[in-house]
Design a binder for this molecule. Structure first.
Ligand code: G4P
Length: 536
C-alpha cells in the first residue's frame, strides 16, 4: 500500500469511514489559457483514466468566439467528459469536477465549487494572477475551500519566482509555502528543487511518475547547462528556506495558506508532485451545512445534493443527468432515496460514475463522490436526497442575473409549450426564469450573453420553439423577503407589475435601473433585497 493511502487509513475506523477518508474531491480554477485542460489531461494520465493525453476536449474549444462556442456546446452536450472525472492514484480516489472555461457560465462554476473540498489554482508563470482566477478564488474563499497552487508553463519565459509568490500573498491575502522551487527559467528550465527532501528533480528523463523521477544533489547541476549559475541557485534556495513560511496543514485547511508547486503541464513536469500534494494535504470530504444540522461525511445514512444538471448527454436517449455530490454515507445502486423538496421517494436504479471517456454504473459510491442520476425532470439544482431525514443542504446559490430579457415567441400558439420548456431550462440552471405576477410574458435572466445563445439553440433544437429576445423594461432582479409576512404582502401588492416569481415561486423584485432599485429600497422598510439566493 502506498504512503498516501497509509496516511488516511486507520484500523480503528469503520469501513465506511475508511472509504470516505480515501476521497479527494476538487476542482481546478484558472484564467483561460493558463493550462487547465492540459493539466487535467495529465492528472488523468496518472490515474490511468485515459490512455492518451490530448483527449479531454476538442482543441477548438479554447477559442471563445460565439459561433465556435455554440458548436462546441452542442458537441459538449453529448460529451461525458465535462462534469466530473474520477480516477484512482496511489490508493486514493480523486473526483475532479470540471468547470466551464467561459466566464458567461460562471454561475455554473460557482455552483460546482459548492461541491468540492479543495481546489487547484493554476497560474501562468508569465502572467501571474489574472482576473478570472481572482474571482474564482474569492468564491473559494467564501466557502473556506483550501487551495493548492500550480505555477504552470515554467518551460517558457516567466516572471521572477519571488515576485509571483509576492503577488499571490498581496492580491489574494493568502500565505504561500513553496513546496518545490524552479531551477532555471524558460529554455534553461532544468527542473525543480524539492524544498522538503532537498533533491533536484530533472525535466530531462521525466518527472512523469513521482517515484520514478530522478533526484540529484544541487551541486551536481554544474555542467548540465552552461547558462545555469549554480551559486546563484544556491543563494536563491537559501533565501527560500530563510524567508518562506514553512507549510502548516491547519493554515492550509482553513484557507489561509497555499502550498505552491512549479511545473509544466505540457511537459508533464511537476504534475506528479501536485497530485501527491493533493493526496497528502487536501482534506477528505468535509461536513456539510444543512438547514437542520451539520452532516458529517462518515455518518452511515446517505445524503446528497444536486449541483448541476446536464441534458442530452447521450443523443440516442434524451436523458437528463443530475450530478449529485454525496455528503454522507454510502449510496448503493437500487436504493430508495427521499427527494426532500417533494417528500417523495425515488429509486436510484442506475447511478453513474464518469471517467474521461466513459461512464459506468455505480454499484456503490461514498461521501465525497459525485454520481450522475439519470431522470426525466424529477431532480433540480439544489435538491437534497436523503434516506428519510427532512434536511436540506444549504449553500448552492443562485445569482441575480446581469442581463434580463423578454422571450418573444414567433408562433404564439406555442405559449404553453414555451412555458414548460422554460421551466425545464431553469431547473437545469441554463437560465433563470421570472414570471411577472401581472401575467405578462416570462422574462429570462442570465449572467452572460452566451447563455442566451444556448437557450435559443436548445429551445429550437429540442422543443422546436424558435424564439427571439427583446430588451425588457426591467434590467435588474432581486429576491425579496421579510421577517414580517404582512409587510412583504403589502410590498408585493403595491408593486404588482414589478414583482415576479422565480422557478421555486419565490418573489423577485424587478427594477428598471439601479436608481429605481435604490429609490424603492429606501422606501421599503422591513424588506430585504438580495442578489444571491441560497437554494432551499
Ligand atoms: P486552458 O484550459 O486553461 O484554457 O488552457 P489549455 O490547457 O488549453 O492551454 C492553453 C495553451 O497553453 C495551449 O496552447 C497549451 O498547449 C499551452 N500550455 C499549457 N501548459 C503549458 C506548459 O506547461 N508550457 C507551455 N509552453 N505551454 C503550455 P495553444 O497554443 O493554445 O494550443 P495548442 O495548439 O498548443 O494545443
Amino acid at each position: 500500500m502506498s504512503d498516501l493511502a497509509i496516511a488516511t487509513e486507520s484500523p480503528s475506523r469503520s469501513p465506511l469511514a475508511q472509504e470516505v477518508a480515501r476521497r479527494r474531491t476538487f476542482a481546478i480554477i484558472s484564467h483561460p489559457d493558463a493550462g487547465k485542460t492540459t493539466l487535467t489531461e495529465k492528472l488523468l494520465l496518472f490515474g490511468g483514466a485515459i490512455n492518451l493525453a490530448g483527449q479531454v476536449k476538442a482543441k477548438g474549444e479554447r477559442r471563445n468566439t460565439r459561433s465556435d462556442w455554440m458548436k462546441i456546446e452542442r458537441e459538449r452536450g453529448i460529451s461525458v467528459v465535462t462534469s466530473v472525472m474520477t480516477f484512482e492514484f496511489e490508493g486514493l480516489v480523486f473526483n475532479l469536477l470540471d468547470t466551464p472555461g467561459h466566464e458567461d457560465f460562471s454561475e455554473d462554476t460557482y455552483r460546482t465549487l459548492t461541491a468540492v473540498d479543495s481546489a487547484v489554482m493554476v497560474i501562468d508563470a508569465a502572467k501571474g494572477i489574472e482576473a478570472r482566477t481572482r474571482k474564482l478564488f474569492e468564491v473559494c474563499r467564501l466557502r473556506d475551500i483550501p487551495i493548492i497552487t500550480f505555477i504552470n508553463k515554467m518551460d517558457r519565459e516567466s516572471r521572477d519566482t519571488f515576485d509571483l509568490l509576492d503577488e499571490i500573498e498581496k492580491t489574494l491575502a493568502l500565505d504561500t509555502t513553496p513546496m518545490t522551487w524552479p531551477v532555471g527559467r524558460g529554455r534553461d528550465f532544468l527542473g525543480t528543487y524539492d524544498v522538503v527532501s532537498g533533491g533536484v528533480r530533472l525535466l530531462e528523463g521525466g518527472g512523469a511518475k513521482t517515484g520514478a523521477a530522478q533526484q540529484i544533489d544541487i551541486s551536481e547541476l554544474a555542467g548540465r547547462n552552461a547558462n545555469l549559475d549554480v551559486a546563484a541557485v544556491k543563494d536563491e534556495l537559501a533565501l527560500v528556506s530563510e524567508a518562506c513560511k514553512p507549510f502548516e496543514l491547519a493554515a492550509f485547511r482553513e484557507g489561509h495558506l497555499t502550498p505552491v508547486y512549479f511545473g509544466s503541464a505540457l511537459r508533464n513536469f511537476g504534475v506528479g508532485d501536485l497530485l501527491e500534494g493533493l493526496g497528502r494535504f487536501a482534506p477528505p470530504p468535509r461536513a456539510q451545512d444543512s438547514n437542520l444540522r451539520k452532516v458529517e461525511a462518515a455518518e452511515p445514512r446517505m445524503s446528497a445534493f444536486v449541483f448541476k444538471i446536464q441534458a442530452n448527454m447521450d443523443p440516442n436517449h434524451r436523458d437528463r443527468i443530475a450530478f449529485a455530490r454525496l455528503c454522507s454515507g454510502k449510496l448503493a445502486r437500487g436504493m430508495k432515496a427521499k427527494l426532500v423538496r417533494t417528500g417523495k421517494n425515488m429509486s436510484l436504479s442506475s447511478p453513474q460514475f464518469f471517467f474521461a471517456q466513459d461512464r459506468a454504473l455505480a454499484d456503490e459510491a461514498f461521501a465525497g463522490d459525485v454520481v450522475g442520476i439519470p431522470n426525466h425532470g424529477t431532480l433540480r439544482i439544489g435538491d437534497t436526497l436523503t434516506e428519510g431525514e427532512d434536511l436540506t443542504f444549504v449553500g448552492v446559490p443562485s445569482f441575480a442575473p446581469e442581463i434580463v430579457r423578454r422571450v418573444r415567441l414567433t408562433d404564439a400558439m406555442k405559449a404553453k409549450k414555451l412555458k414548460e420548456a422554460l421551466q425545464q431550462m431553469s431547473e437545469e440552471g441554463v437560465v433563470q426564469v421570472f414570471r411577472p405576477r401581472d401575467g405578462a410574458p416570462a422574462l429570462v435572466g442570465v449572467v452572460g450573453p452566451l447563455q442566451l445563445d444556448v437557450l435559443k439553440a436548445r429551445l429550437d433544437a429540442e422543443y422546436s420553439l424558435p424564439v427571439e429576445f427583446e430588451v425588457s423594461e426591467f434590467q435588474l432582479a432581486r429576491w425579496i423577503s421579510s421577517d414580517d409576512r404582512k409587510k412583504l404582502d403589502a410590498f408585493i401588492a403595491a408593486n404588482g407589475s414589478g414583482v415576479a416569481d422565480d422557478v421555486d415561486g419565490d418573489p423577485v423584485f424587478l427594477a428598471k435601473n439601479e436608481f429605481y432599485l435604490g429609490y424603492t429600497k429606501e422606501r421599503a422598510e422591513g424588506i430585504n433585497f438580495s442578489s444571491i439566493k441560497d437554494v432551499k
